[in-house]
Write a protein that binds this ligand. Structure first.
Ligand code: NI
Length: 166
């Protein structure tokens, strides 16, 4: 179960639009497994998208269950995801494994409905709120070549350098 190398900004592959997955086969399940291993190896990791490891397919994992006192669905594998509904926009702070030195304030819907397949090809739907909804929107952006730094209202006021821990 390898931990894959996560691409970081400004790697050009992070700007690509990923292709739909055409078969939920063994190769996809291996990818999902490796993505999950990579996400869980990153402290505080709550989501990962295949393009972050250089695989330009529409596959995402979100699991925000390490955060306390929030509504969540645990581990969600989202293959070819589509957001069907957005409600209640709000600003919140985000980070990203591909932008390790910064966090930023981004406007997102606080309530979404997302439809996707899981790694076994079963169609699923989730209604997500708050932090989980934000994490899903952040990861789905990776499938369209968007990073949170592309969504800042103001680079001057909404981008924050992380404090280095030595
Ligand atoms: Ni990210």
């Amino acid at each position: 179960m390898p931990v894959l190398t996560v691409l970081t900004y400004p790697d050009a592959r992070l700007k690509e639009v990923a292709k739909p997955v055409d078969s939920c086969d063994g190769a996809l399940r291996t990818l999902v497994h490796d993505l999950e291993t990579t996400m869980r190896a990153s402290p505080g990791g709550v989501g990962i998208a295949a393009p972050q490891v250089g695989v330009l397919l529409r596959a995402v994992i979100v699991d925000v269950s390490i955060k306390k006192n929030i509504a969540h669905h645990g581990r969600m594998v989202l293959i070819n995801p589509e957001i069907l509904l957005w409600e209640d926009m709000a600003v919140g702070r985000e980070g990203c494994m591909s932008v390790p030195d910064y966090t930023g304030n981004v406007m997102r819907a606080q309530r979404i409905k997302v439809q996707a397949y899981n790694e076994f090809g079963h169609a699923t739907q989730y209604e997500c709120v708050g932090y989980e909804a934000r994490a899903v929107q952040h990861e789905l952006d990776h499938l369209d070549g968007m990073l949170f730094i592309d969504r800042l209202v103001s680079r001057r006021h909404d981008l924050f350098a992380r404090v280095k821990k030595n």
